[in-house]
Design a binder for this molecule. Structure first.
Ligand SMILES: [Fe+2]
Length: 427
């Protein structure tokens, strides 16, 4: 079976691609060697004993960029050859095809560590181009004044950034690529990719401020993708996907590769493009030729606007009574199980949601990037942030991260009316 068709995704065991196991072993060894060269033999020995999941105990977030340079400079051609093998043996592409020259070594420290990183430490999702084209790429760098990732991430250091839901063509990648996301360390569900397989680009719109999905689109609960070290996720990146903020206690390490069956073309609505590509035939033959596919000469047709506009959960404006400690929200029948609304009281916005256990109320903004939780998918008693995918227990406000807790408020029902107590539940 091939999966060049759109919309598909599949997890592969390490032995599903010839040479995967050996290359995975080399990547791990190269990372350990690089740590040894940067931090000394004791750090390398510690990592060897504890696994890459302990990388944050021997490296500072500022060291991740130099680590990336060492590993990708050394393994670049091997990784590209591996991508060529995936195209041939997994995707079943018989004609020549294209491989993105931009390789990513993703190193996501636990959030509790990354949030305290120096602002100069690299974003976990940064990649590297071949040295021969880096100057050309830098000369092509452009900026859309609307794009404000620092504002979106609410001034978190880039080392603590997590990808919100997006499709890759929104972020400058080719329109019809296939992504390979390779777990180098173990990747638990609360540190890995999240997919929204039922959502396609025709359902939602891109926010030019973040290049992630615009607020106002209700998302389903995310599908998690835990992977054992060495496993690969191969997927269509035009399905909505993102990164679960790493709220685990371990570093997760992954490698990303991208292939295109045909000549890459780019979304005309994105201000930049990943323009540097290799031909599979060149890679296999050992030729280091890098093609420069200039964005303006390789634009795809503009995608139609989503069929439906964003429609945020209803907002009910309420005014506190004289004692200012409780407000009437309206008839309890207003809210069936699974339904929600936002209660707006001046500057304060509280999300009210009925789950199987009853009606719950909590701050409508995620305590992480401040994203409006009313778009998040709920399952049972858990509401997922529509940005960082962290799940909050709506009964307690708690999440897997002690750093991220929602303020909750008591809700009571009397004579068929819902009342919100404005004094938060003590933590
Ligand atoms: Fe992506």
């Amino acid at each position: 079976m091939t999966f060049s068709a759109r919309g598909l995704r599949r997890t592969l065991a390490p032995d599903a691609v010839p040479g995967a196991h050996a290359l995975h072993t080399r990547i791990v060894a190269k990372i350990v060697d690089a740590v040894g060269a940067m931090k000394g033999p004791a750090a390398a020995a510690s990592l060897r004993a504890s696994g890459l999941e302990a990388l944050h105990t021997v490296l500072d977030p500022l060291d991740v960029g130099p680590l990336r340079d060492r590993v990708l400079d050394c393994l670049r051609e091997d990784l590209l050859r591996f991508a060529a093998r995936i195209g041939r043996t997994v995707l079943g592409w018989h004609d020549d095809f294209y491989i993105d020259d931009y390789l990513i070594l993703r190193v996501n420290f636990p959030y509790a560590v990354a949030r305290a990183a120096d602002g100069a430490a690299e974003n976990p999702g940064i990649g590297r181009l071949s040295p021969s084209v880096r100057a050309a790429a830098a000369a092509r760098r452009v900026r859309d004044p609307r794009y404000d990732p620092r504002g979106y991430h609410r001034n978190h250091p880039p080392a603590a950034w997590a990808h919100g839901p997006h499709v890759d063509s929104w972020t400058g990648h080719s329109k019809d690529g296939i992504n390979v996301w390779w777990a180098i360390s173990d990747v638990p569900a609360d540190a890995g990719m999240v997919l929204y397989p039922s959502v396609t680009p025709t359902d939602v719109a891109c926010d030019p401020r973040s290049l992630y999905v615009r607020s106002g689109y209700a998302l389903p609960p995310p599908a998690f993708v835990p992977l054992a070290a060495g496993e690969l996720l191969v997927f269509d990146p035009e399905l909505l996907h993102g990164t679960h903020l790493n709220v685990s206690a371990q570093t997760r390490v992954a490698v990303s590769l991208r292939l295109n069956e045909r000549r890459p073309a780019f979304d005309p609505d994105c201000f930049y493009a990943r323009e540097f590509w290799r031909r599979a035939s060149d890679v296999v033959a050992g030729r280091s030729t890098v093609l420069h596919l200039k964005r303006e000469e390789h634009l795809a047709a503009r995608a139609p606007a989503p069929a439906r506009p964003p429609a945020a959960a209803p907002t009910v404006t309420v005014a506190p009574g004289d004692d200012a400690t409780a407000v009437a929200l309206g008839p309890a029948s207003l809210l069936a199980e699974g339904e929600r609304f936002t209660a707006a009281m001046g500057d304060r916005r509280v999300l009210v949601l009925r789950t199987p256990s009853g009606v719950h109320a909590f701050d409508a903004a995620c305590p992480h990037y401040g994203i409006d939780l009313s778009d998040g998918g709920a399952q049972g008693e858990t509401l997922a942030c529509p940005g960082c995918a962290v799940g909050f227990d709506v009964r307690t406000g708690g999440s897997a991260s002690p750093c991220l807790t929602l303020t909750t408020y008591p809700v009571r029902e009397a004579d068929g009316t819902l009342y919100l107590d404005l004094v938060p539940v003590p933590c």
